[in-house]
Design a protein around this ligand. Structure first.
Ligand code: PEP
Ligand code: MG
Length: 747
């Protein structure tokens, strides 16, 4: 068998390019290509299998196998040797295919006479497109050079597939980026939206996978890598980098200077690929490795390489993030991940957001929630599949996105949106009515906020005030520490917008998942139980004091309410309160007006505070239960961990019993009590809290209508009796009993 040379490879790629350039139907092109490859590789068989749907491969063209098996022979991902190549994204090379584990005999193809088999994946940046196979009668292993050459060809086929070279006629093959795809992720923010894809970072399109002049291409590549190195060095010299950003950039620099990476790309070019296609080939290979790597650290590094390749592609193609494309109507942002600041910049323009990564507690999720934009997270691979302008449905309730949906799906979805809109109209009619139960008890319904963008909801939702203003959001969306005057201006605008309604400002709650970009992150084994919230405020009081001053100035003589997050014991509350009183004293001595009234409260987010001495309940002006944290510590179930966060029901009778104890302790001292975790916004949970004695709940603005609507229908004493009966029976959760009882209540 004569050795293949670089020039064989280049010749083949050139011929492939000519096929692509000529007017022809997709099938004709495929037929020509299999012929060319078999000829060039000197094998009797060359076949191209492409994905018909996400799970099924179909033989789409062959030189050497029986013609009647084309478009008939199919296999599932993982089935047979071809399926194995596709599943693992790695080549299979064997001298004796029938003896190979997993071999599946397909009689219609007549392949039994071919002993040696080499299959390589056709993939583009991790997107599985198909499998390219060569087979021959002689039992022999293919050489590394041959494998490599076939991979280069597969790369060109991937680009051609992406460009739609093989679709658009009657052959019924999977047209890329045209078929409906459903992404099953997780809920980041509830709600439903219909719109069109707007890619945060549009994919780079490579239109020239093959190049004639390797010397010129290598020059282009080296030039681009040079620019890339400079840009990474520039980024590294920025002052405001934190440790993690610096680590990532150091890794970028390491890759950008990696000889191996450059050498591989140059070899690809020698074999006939263009500089862009060479970058993509190595990027695809890295992605394929990424899928096999269990080690989180290594995966991160490979992710870095992926990002770096994208940068390099943008330099080579001149396609920046700003492609000049116009944002479609009803844009739905699709991205791998997005920072809170960037999301805020898009603001309410967006109808929905779908992310490949993200987490419920991520800053982006917090912003999406504040903007009430439906958000789906963990929609794996959507950025590879979606194109700008694609029709998309975002189902934030189910954590699902339907890309290019069938009309029937879209119709059903629109019905759902219409029903929600109808319900909203119904809730709007309740807006000015109090949340007074059938038994005559009025529950104050407040809203949670954290951004200026939230404040219009105060009027629209009919909230009685802001029960929780998460001040850290203002810190999180900036890239440097805000100044006192800036914060004072902002808090004053919040109070102005509240028009005299009470706003409970919670002092900075950072640490745990909320890490400020400009503060040195601490490597903590368990940040949720680490140095966070008031613990940081007390140990490093500079920021806390600055924030208190800003609040006092913002109030400018108006009443002021503030509360401390994550108070765990009496002493912490005493110290934090002393800071406030000291600042009030200081303001007064400076001749500034001080608030007309001042309420200083504590959030009860750790079980220990429920057992604090009576003095605590006497000292604090109010207690606000931070149910999100309280629940995570009560059940020892991380609120950020998808595996466990829904495992325990808030209506679990042990938890309700604990809430009752807190209600009792506050009642002893006449301390006002409210509840401001997410559960307050769920109607049945809100009902249970009211039944146990809570008279003030704070929730997302969109939840006020549904909660009020339910509360106005029910008798709290009856609800409490239902809970007590469930407990007496030994039920684990009050939910089934409450649901049964609710079903009997008048609508
Ligand atoms: C809570 O823990 O319930 C709470 C309201 O605070 P956050 O969600 O901001 O931690
Ligand atoms: Mg909390």
């Amino acid at each position: 068998m004569p050795e293949r040379s670089d020039s064989d490879s280049r010749k083949l790629l050139r011929r492939l390019r000519d096929v692509l350039g000529a007017q022809a139907k997709g099938q004709e092109r495929l037929d020509q290509i299999t012929h060319l490859i078999a000829d060039s590789m000197r094998t009797e068989v060359c076949s191209i299998y492409l994905f018909r749907d996400a799970e099924t491969l179909e033989l789409c063209a062959t030189e050497g196998l029986k013609a009647e098996s084309v478009h008939q022979t199919r296999m599932k991902l993982g089935e047979g040797l071809v399926g194995r190549v596709a599943r693992t994204n790695t080549p299979v090379n064997t001298a004796d295919a029938p003896a190979e584990k997993g071999f599946r005999y397909m009689p219609e193809t007549g392949e039994e006479i071919y002993s040696s088999f080499l299959g390589v994946p056709i993939q583009r940046v991790g997107e599985k497109l198909g499998v390219l196979v060569v087979q021959s009668r002689t039992a022999r292993q293919f050489s590394d050079d041959e494998i490599y050459a076939l991979e280069v060809v597969a790369m060109v086929l991937a680009e051609m597939t992406e460009l739609g070279a093989f679709t658009g006629d009657e052959d019924g093959m999977r047209a890329l980026h045209r078929q409906p795809v459903m992404f099953r992720g997780a809920t980041g923010q509830e709600g439903a939206a219909e719109g069109h894809v707007w890619l945060h970072e549009p994919r780079v399109v490579v239109t020239n996978p093959v190049a004639d002049d390797p010397v010129a291409e290598i020059d282009r590549l080296r030039d681009a890598v040079g620019q890339l190195r400079i840009s990474v060095d520039d980024l590294l010299s920025a002052e405001s980098l934190d440790k993690e950003q610096r680590q990532v950039l150091e890794a970028y620099r390491m890759f950008a200077n990696s000889r191996g990476w450059l050498r591989r790309m140059e070899a690809d070019i020698q074999n006939g690929l263009s500089a862009e296609a060479a970058v993509e080939k190595e990027q695809s290979a890295a992605r394929a490795r990424l899928e096999q790597v269990p080690d989180a650290y290594l995966r991160e590094r490979l992710n870095d390489l992926d990002d770096l390749s994208n940068r390099l592609l943008r330099i080579l193609t001149g396609q920046g993030a700003d492609t000049g494309a116009e944002m479609p109507e009803n844009p739905v942002l699709v991205a791998r991940n997005i920072g809170p600041g960037e999301l805020l910049e898009y603001g309410r323009k967006l109808r929905g957001v779908v992310l490949e990564e993200g987490s419920v507690g991520s800053h982006a999720a917090i912003v999406a929630r504040a903007l009430t934009i439906p958000l789906v997270i963990h929609a794996r691979r959507i950025t590879a599949e979606a194109l700008n302008g694609d029709h998309i449905l975002v189902d934030g309730d189910q954590g699902i996105a339907h890309l290019r949906p069938e009309e029937a799906v879209a119709r059903a979805f629109r019905d759902k949106i219409a029903m929600q809109a109808e319900a909203q109209v119904r809730y709007a009619s309740l807006r000015d009515l109090p949340a007074t139960t059938a038994c005559g008890t009025t529950i104050a319904l407040h809203m949670n906020a954290g951004l200026m963008a939230d404040l219009p909801s105060l009027e629209g939702s009919g909230a009685d005030g802001v029960g929780l203003f998460r001040t850290e959001l203002q810190f999180l969306v900036r890239n440097k520490m805000p100044r006192r005057a800036e914060l004072a201006g902002l808090y004053a605008r919040v109070m102005d917008a509240a028009k005299g309604k009470r706003v409970a400002f919670r002092t900075l709650d950072i640490g745990s998942d909320k890490v400020l970009p400009y503060m040195k992150p601490n490597d903590e084994p368990n940040p949720a139980m680490g140095w966070r919230a008031i613990r940081v405020g007390l140990d490093k009081p500079g920021v806390l004091r600055m924030q208190i001053q800003a609040l006092l100035r913002a109030a400018n003589g108006r009443p002021l309410t503030l509360m401390f997050p994550f108070v765990t014991e009496l002493a912490e509350f005493q110290q934090a309160r002393a800071h406030v009183l000291r600042e009030v004293h200081r303001e007064r001595s400076l001749g500034h007006v001080v608030p007309a009234t001042l309420e200083i409260g504590a959030m009860l987010e750790t079980p220990s505070l429920a057992f604090a001495p009576r003095t605590f309940f006497e000292l604090t002006d109010f207690v606000s239960i931070g149910g999100n944290d309280l629940k995570q510590f009560f059940f020892a179930a991380d609120r950020e961990n998808e595996r466990v966060r829904r495992r325990y029901d808030m209506l679990n009778l042990s938890f309700l019993g604990f809430i009752e104890q807190i209600v009792g302790r506050c009642a002893e001292t006449g301390t006002p009590l409210s509840f401001c975790g997410e559960d307050a916004g769920r109607p049945v949970e809100a009902l249970a809290l009211a039944a146990l004695g809570l008279r003030s709940l704070s929730m997302r603005p969109a939840s006020i209508g549904p909660v009020k609507s339910l509360l106005r229908r029910v008798n709290l004493a009856e609800a409490r009796a239902v809970i007590s009966a469930a407990r007496a029976r030994g039920d684990m959760s009050a939910r089934p009993a409450l649901m049964d009882w609710l079903a009997t209540q008048p609508a």
